[in-house]
Structure formats: structure tokens, C-alpha cells
Write a protein that binds this ligand. Structure first.
Ligand code: FNR
Length: 369
């Protein structure tokens, strides 16, 4: 279909499935084990209902916000998804270019198929980019990478903490590893590549499973970028993160690709915010909470924000948007978010992001422990 025929973000997924080589589709779409968590990521949003307010003069609505102090035209950022070139020859640059044009923040993956510098070079002046970090067993490599990113102007360091070992994405594992554009590039720097277990395992063997809370002070000593822990799932760890002095957390289950039957980020948000309120008034300017997983609609975004998230990360929907249409597909995805945000904010009765409050949603079907 032509881009004009794309009406919502689900459409991009259907198109990607139809046009991608089987191996790329397997890598992008797969989740771990029985793929229960990936389904739950969508289902959890459907258990939350709106309680809209009326008669609030919603002639103008504004969904712009700040993320870690950086301006963002959407309350959504592009989360890190590895191996963009499996989907399109320009890979992650499709995201960078669209994001630069529309004031959206991109999180650059450690395992991007384009090099880090290519992605930074493709940004326009003032464009905000974050870095997703997989911590290498060789900390010198990590230190150089982080400090290089800071020097190149990256504004936030998202350390992935939910992947000491990669989940078993069985769809992906069934596709025997065959060298292909994008994969080769990422492999260059990594050793111990296993060639018979799917793309994900082949590229990730450098990740350090010994990473622990004791390493956090070291990260703080090597960079001035705000540090965010990506992949937190419990109030206990949210408080640990807060007490270790990091700038925030992403409540995430890695798009269902790590621990299967882990709860969804949106479901965990409520009890995490409750716990963080014991450390001071909420929202807390010193600590931001993000959510990702299963976001396909502006209504999902608004639910997360109403429940206390600062912004929401989107992985697959943006990735699928460039597979067939390149940069233009990503721009269309932003447009869809804008259209849906405008309509939903008017119908909810929120003129700004700050006007989204917990009483505007009924999350009683989400159990808290
Ligand atoms: C990811 N994600 C991810 N996260 C991360 O920290 N490092 C990575 O390299 C990747 N790579 C990656 C590849 C692919 C194909 C997917 C789908 C996801 C997880 C990503 O950042 C985010 O947490 C999820 O994608 C959010 O869920 P949705 O939006 O895909 O449902």
C-alpha cells in the first residue's frame, strides 16, 4: 500500500511483515519463550479506561514536553532497537532524519547497524539524541564509548539492565545465522560470535552479566550525562535506582524479549510511583520514570503519563514504519501520533501534558501488591 493508505501504527506492522525477508521479520517481531509478555504489553493498556473531563475549552491542545530537561515535540521517544539495516538499507538513519525534522528524541542503540558516528553525524544542529548502552565485559571499551558519546553531544545514557543474558527468541533462533547487511557491521567489534543461534545471540555475547549496583558509582564517575536504568520492573529496584542517584528509570520488559511472563511496564508503573512518593513529592524533578512496551496508540501514551510517566518509549512501531517507506514512514508515524494525541487530549479534557492526572484513568483492573 502507499503511505497515504496507512491509517494507524498497526498498519506499518502488517506491511513490514509482508515485505521483510523472513529472517528480519523473525528478529524484529520475536519475543522470548511463549511470547506471553509481548501480548500482555498490549493487553495491559486495554485494562485501563479513561475517565474523561468535559467543558474545558480544548480549542488548542499542546502535547510537547521535556524529557530529562530536553525539549521533545512528542511525549514519546524512539527507543533503541538493534539492527536497523535488516529492515531498510538506511537503517537507523531513517529514524535520525525523521526525528531531526520533527523534534523527536532518538535513543541510539549500542547494536545499531549504522555506526554511532554516522548516526550522530546525520543529526541536525540542536537535535537531541540519547545512547542505549550494553555494558561490555571490557570496561575500558565501555568507558571510551560513553565518553565519546558525551563528547559528541549525546544528552542521556540509558543503561540496559534487563539483559544480563539475551532471552530465547525462538522464532529468531530457528532462522540460522546467515551473514547479511547490518549484522556484519555490528559483529566487527565483538568476539565469541555464535553462528547457529539466531541474530540476537550472535551479536550480544560481549554483554557483561556481572553488572551490579556496585557499578553505578563508576558510571557516574565517567560521565556527566544523566544516567537512566532501562529495564526496571519493581518498586524495590526503582527505590534502589533513586537511592543510587541516577536520573531515572525505564519500566520495561524489553518489548517482551527477555523474561517471559514478566509483567508489563504500564502495570508496574502504578506501584513504582507509589513507592517513589515515599522519597518526596511526585512528580519529582530529580527523577523521571519512563515506560515502554506495546505502545501503538496515543491513548496508550496518555494513560502512562496520567499515571505518572514522564514520557513513553516506542520500539517496534517506529522500526516497522521505516521498513517499507524509509524516513517518510517514520514521519508518517509521528503524524499519526500527533493526530491521535490531539483528538484524545480533546476528548479527555487535557490541554497540556501537565493536565493529565491519575483521576483521568480507571486503572482499578491493574492489581497492586
Ligand atoms: C529492542 N529493544 C532493545 N533494547 C535495548 O536496550 N537494546 C537493544 O539493542 C534493543 N534491541 C531491540 C531490537 C528489537 C528488534 C526490538 C523490537 C526491541 C527493546 C526496545 O528498546 C524497547 O524496550 C521495546 O521495543 C519496547 O517495546 P515495543 O515498543 O517494541 O512494543
Amino acid at each position: 500500500p502507499s503511505l497515504d493508505e496507512i491509517v494507524n501504527l498497526h498498519d506499518f506492522e502488517a506491511v513490514a511483515k509482508a515485505i521483510l525477508p523472513a529472517k528480519a521479520w523473525a528478529y524484529y517481531s520475536s519475543a522470548s519463550d511463549d511470547e506471553i509478555t509481548i501480548r500482555e504489553n498490549r493487553a495491559a493498556y486495554q485494562r485501563i479506561w479513561f475517565r474523561p473531563r468535559v467543558l474545558r475549552d480544548v480549542s488548542t491542545v499542546d502535547w510537547s514536553t521535556t524529557i530529562l530537561g530536553q525539549k521533545s515535540s512528542l511525549p514519546v521517544y524512539i527507543s533503541a532497537t538493534a539492527l536497523g539495516k535488516l529492515g531498510h538499507p538506511d537503517g537507523e538513519l531513517n529514524l535520525t532524519r525523521a526525528a531531526g525534522k520533527h523534534g523527536v528524541i532518538q535513543m541510539i542503540p549500542t547494536l545499531a547497524s549504522c555506526s554511532f558516528d554516522e548516526i550522530v553525524d546525520a543529526a541536525v544542529p540542536g537535535q537531541v539524541q540519547f545512547l542505549q548502552l550494553y555494558v561490555n565485559r571490557d570496561r575500558e571499551i565501555t568507558k571510551r564509548y560513553v565518553q565519546h558519546a558525551e563528547k559528541r553531544g549525546v544528552k542521556g545514557l540509558f543503561i540496559t539492565v534487563d539483559a544480563p543474558q539475551l532471552g530465547r527468541r525462538e522464532k529468531d533462533m530457528r532462522m540460522k545465522f546467515v551473514d547479511e547487511s547490518g549484522v556484519a557491521k555490528v559483529q566487527e567489534n565483538q568476539d565469541g560470535v555464535k553462528k547457529d543461534e539466531g541474530v540476537a545471540r550472535a551479536i550480544s555475547s560481549f554483554i557483561d552479566p556481572s553488572l551490579s549496583w556496585k557499578d553505578i558509582p563508576w558510571f557516574k564517575s565517567i560521565t556527566n550525562m544523566p544516567i537512566i536504568l532501562k529495564g526496571v520492573a519493581t518498586p524495590q529496584d526503582a527505590l534502589m535506582a533513586y537511592d543510587h542517584g541516577v536520573a531515572g528509570i525505564v519500566l520495561s520488559n524489553h518489548g517482551g524479549r527477555q523474561l517471559d511472563t514478566a509483567r508489563s511496564g504500564i502495570e508496574n508503573l502504578i506501584e513504582v510511583v507509589e513507592a517513589l512518593k515515599t522519597r518526596g513529592p511526585w512528580p519529582n524533578p530529580k527523577f523521571e520514570v519512563f515506560v515502554d512496551g506495546g505502545v501503538r496508540r496515543a491513548s496508550d501514551v496518555l494513560k502512562a503519563i496520567a499515571l505518572g510517566a514522564k514520557a513513553v518509549g516506542v520500539g517496534r512501531a517506529f522500526m516497522y514504519s521505516f521498513c517499507a517507506y524509509g524516513q517518510e514512514g517514520v514521519e508518517k508515524a509521528f503524524q499519526i501520533f500527533r493526530d491521535e494525541l490531539q483528538m484524545n487530549m480533546r476528548l479527555i479534557g487535557a490541554r497540556t501534558i501537565d493536565e493529565l492526572t491519575p483521576d483521568m484513568v480507571d486503572a482499578s483492573a491493574i492489581h497492586s501488591h
